[in-house]
Design a protein around this ligand. Structure first.
Ligand code: ADP
Ligand code: MG
Length: 395
């Protein structure tokens, strides 16, 4: 069921309580914002609300203050950055709810923007405490959820408030859902998926759901080890989930029964340890030394995966092909990323580390949709319903 958007409700003169995901990375030493992509992503929605003459009250979390006030997690810098980006003042409050907040909201003119303090300073936020939800909801007339990155969490500001106020999607939420939703329901074929990352247990839902939709699924990263082990290969000291080999086998058999291509590595880059890149060597999957671990896909696998990507019309990618944080083991991820970028396919990348690996490879501009939601995009691709979306009004 499609959800209402901002265009479906009256906004002029209304107090609009909006949840964004401005949980930006910051420098550990200076606290400066090191990457403001998440703030930029919220700008269109906020500008639109201002143009409509709404009174814009922004909620976001930052970091994990665990229900306590943490000075370093106050939102002053975030509000400053947003003010620069939208070209108008953003009044940052020092409380999430209470008399100071109520007075500030009461004094707002149409088109004003205020930002509440970090919602996770209050323990009720992550508990989805309805008393807190009521206090927050009392600040607004309309609720806009634009925080796709936290839509998989049922917290006060992402879900509880939506039980009280009429809720609609912001532009970012709308875009994420329509792009990811279309990929799952009406992708152009050949449709290929690339799934990597560390563990099969984290990605099993994604693999199973995507396998139903795609023509070809490529497995890389640490989770490939479990598939290889399941096929009888010795994996040395690699990360292997022994309790998941039966599941891996089942997935491979299921893929075959459906006539789908499921590709797993044919060679690997192995080393004694992540910290010892000087010991790296390329081996076939049948020749992993007993004292080494697989840390990246090898060059033959890269070729195979590049080929599978080259004639795709749609590509979904989640999870790096290796330990991309270390240059010696980033080659597989970077090469596959390059192939995705070069292909004519509509390309979608989701997942926190996957997006970081695309940034590391400098290929952001070449990917059609980079999802702002890590965990949320994964759960969406698993076919799960996200509470922060479900709570919004149906069209
Ligand atoms: P995402 O955040 O994009 O969903 P994941 O969190 O599932 O991705 O996986 C990313 C992590 O997987 C990275 O930290 C990477 O170092 C790790 N990883 C990839 N390949 C391997 C491997 N062969 N062995 C151990 N860890 C790996
Ligand atoms: Mg991750």
């Amino acid at each position: 069921m499609a959800k209402k958007t901002m265009q479906d409700v009256e906004l002029t003169g209304k107090r609009v309580l909006i949840r964004v995901d401005f949980n930006v990375p910051r420098s550990k030493t200076t606290g400066e914002i090191t990457n403001d992509v998440r703030i930029q992503a919220g700008v269109p929605t906020i500008k639109y609300l201002v143009e409509q003459g709404a009174k814009v009250i922004i909620m976001t979390h930052m970091g994990r203050p665990k229900g306590e006030v943490k000075e370093e997690l106050r939102l002053d810098r975030v509000a400053e950055r947003l003010a620069e980006l939208i070209g108008q003042p953003v009044k940052k409050l020092n409380e999430v709810v209470g008399p100071e907040v109520e007075a500030a909201v009461a004094a707002m003119q149409n088109g004003d923007v205020i930002m509440l303090e970090n919602v996770r300073f209050l323990p009720g936020e992550t508990d989805n405490d309805m008393e807190l939800a009521k206090q927050l909801a009392a600040l607004g007339d309309v609720y806009v959820n634009d925080a796709f990155g936290t839509a998989h969490r049922a917290h006060c500001s992402t879900e509880g408030v939506g039980r009280i106020l009429p809720g609609v999607m912001g532009f970012l939420m709308d875009k994420e859902i329509s792009v990811l939703g279309k990929a799952l329901s009406e992708a152009e074929h050949p449709f290929v998926a690339i799934v990597g990352g560390s563990k099969i247990s984290d990605k099993i839902g994604v693999v199973q759901n995507l396998l139903e939709k795609v023509d070809c699924l490529m497995i890389g990263g640490g989770m490939a080890n479990t598939f290889l082990k399941a096929k009888g290969y010795e994996m040395g000291t690699s990360l292997v989930e022994d309790d998941k080999t039966a599941l891996a086998l089942e997935i491979m058999q299921h893929a075959e029964a459906m006539g789908k291509k499921l590709l797993i590595p044919v060679d690997l880059t192995v080393a004694a340890a992540i910290e010892q890149p000087e010991t790296a060597q390329t081996v076939g999957v049948d020749a992993v030394p007993a004292d080494k671990m697989a840390l990246d896909i090898g060059p033959e696998t890269v070729k195979l995966y590049q080929q599978a990507v080259s004639d795709a019309k749609t590509v979904i990618w989640n999870g790096p092909m290796g330990v991309f944080e270390v240059d010696a083991f980033a080659v597989g991820t970077a090469s596959v990323a390059q192939a995705v970028a070069n292909s004519g396919a509509y390309s979608i990348v989701g997942g926190g580390d996957s997006v970081a690996s695309i940034e590391k490879a400098g290929l952001n501009d070449k990917i059609d949709h980079i999802s702002t939601g890590g965990g949320a995009s994964l759960e969406f691709l698993e076919g799960k319903k996200l509470p922060g979306i479900e709570i919004l009004q149906d069209k």
